[in-house]
Design a protein around this ligand. Structure first.
Ligand code: MN
Length: 128
């Protein structure tokens, strides 16, 4: 079974780029375009990792992350925050909200798969 990655991103161009970047790696990719949909899909499909845009319609990415972290099944699911508008102190805010790490936009398409691979393998070691 391929590992499931939920991509939460409301910008169609960014979504396309993320899908194109991750598809060759064989993951099962799930898509959500707003915070409510992200919560629905996450709780229904139990992804192994989540890529979370911070600026989202309805519920922003930090609130989605906080809500997920209150659900026991999501305590250890890696969440990678992505945003174009990181200011000083934002990284700390993302981590406090429950994100494991943070990548700035424009997304570095070479770095992202490496970060994902590392986080997924770290998660397996936790379980062992
Ligand atoms: Mn956005």
């Amino acid at each position: 079974m391929p590992e499931k990655i939920l991509i939460v991103e409301d910008n169609p161009q960014n979504m396309k780029l993320l899908l194109m970047t991750l598809r060759p790696h064989g993951y099962a990719l799930l898509e959500a375009t707003d915070g409510e949909e992200a919560l629905e899909i996450a709780t229904r499909d139990k992804p192994d990792l989540i890529i979370m845009d911070i600026q989202l319609p309805k519920v922003n990415g930090l609130d989605v992350t906080r809500k997920l972290r209150h659900i026991p099944a999501f305590n250890h699911v890696p969440i990678i925050a992505i945003t174009a508008y990181a200011m000083k102190g934002d990284k700390e805010k993302f981590i406090e909200s429950g994100c494991d790490t943070y990548l700035s936009k424009p997304i570095n398409t070479r770095e992202l798969p490496i970060v994902i691979k590392k986080m997924l393998s770290g998660r397996k070691e936790d379980k062992a």
